[in-house]
Design a protein around this ligand. Structure first.
Ligand SMILES: [Zn+2]
Ligand SMILES: [Zn+2]
Length: 292
């Protein structure tokens, strides 16, 4: 069996195990501490994907220091959605070949299930050359994150188990345990974040509104906006792919953008790219009716 085939099978097994592990919550029960940790892990890792993997690494929508670049890459890696270089390579292909056969997660080309999760269980998705992420190769620390990705993920799971066990030892009144923290803080948090991210590829190319003519099926969808921390303004994103801000209007809530603006004020990130209002207006006038 080829390496790519083995990787595809490992991912399929992983998907089954992770979803099944969520059911352990019926055995472990729940506590406020476990819920808080699950939400914190969701936000840190979600922002690692949206601000880091997506807007920074895939689209270069802002600038930051090399240490904070590493922080973004590390937080995104913890999301257990594949290593940085692999993730970015596929995403750049998605924009380059949108809705064609070469777009691995296009619902139009391959169907909704394939777009949502199926594509990650095919050997093809592990056979990419990585030629479109050469710009990231000059950072040895990023290549190391890709290489040691599995250990980072396993280390995170072990950390959460130990955290729950220690909390239980020091403050038994919290009602948590190692296994409970692992189930909520890692498995449930990860699986919900998975589907939120995957919905950008599936739901946001099938259901919602398309105020801009991006010459593809991309849509804006409120459910995905909330779940994926602002990434649901996906039609906006396909039209203005280089923008650090996806919710382009004042009422288009974009948590990732709010966080990036906060980090800009703190001097952690800079040069946040956004389209000029005249550019947006001209595009809306030239494209489909601006119904949203
Ligand atoms: Zn898309
Ligand atoms: Zn993108």
């Amino acid at each position: 069996m080829t390496r790519a085939k083995k990787q595809a099978r490992a991912v399929a097994a992983g998907f089954i195990v992770f979803h099944a592990a969520c059911l352990l919550a019926f055995y472990t029960g729940v506590s406020t501490a476990a819920i808080v940790v699950a939400i914190v892990m969701y936000l840190i890792r979600g922002l690692g994907v949206t601000a880091g993997f997506h807007r920074y690494f895939a689209h270069k929508a802002f600038r930051t220091s090399r240490p904070f670049q590493f922080v973004l890459a590390f937080a995104g890696s913890l999301a257990t959605q594949g290593g940085l270089l692999w993730w970015v390579s596929h995403h750049r292909d998605h924009h380059r070949y949108t809705e064609s056969d070469r777009d691995m997660h296009s619902p139009r080309a391959h169907g909704l299930w394939h777009a949502h999760m199926g594509w990650m269980m095919t050997p093809e998705c592990f056979s990419t050359s990585g030629a479109n992420v050469k710009d990231l190769h000059k950072y040895p620390e990023l290549k190391a994150l890709q290489r040691h990705y599995v250990w980072i993920v396993l280390g995170q799971a072990a950390f959460l188990f130990v955290l729950g066990a220690v909390l239980n030892m020091l403050w038994p009144q919290l009602g948590t345990s190692g296994l409970q923290m692992l189930v909520w803080g890692y498995f449930i948090s990860t699986v919900v974040l998975w589907h939120s991210t995957f919905m950008v590829n599936s739901v946001c190319h099938r259901w919602g509104r398309s105020p801009y003519d991006a010459r593809d099926d991309s849509t804006n969808n409120w459910l995905v906006v909330i779940m994926a921390l602002g990434e649901g303004w996906h039609n906006n994103h396909h039209k203005f792919a280089g923008s650090a801000r996806h919710g382009l209007k004042w009422w288009q809530f974009d948590l990732t953008w709010i966080v990036l603006r906060g980090l800009e004020k703190l001097g952690v990130v800079s040069d946040l790219k956004v389209p000029r209002p005249a550019q947006i207006a001209a595009t809306a006038a030239a494209g489909a009716p601006a119904s949203q």
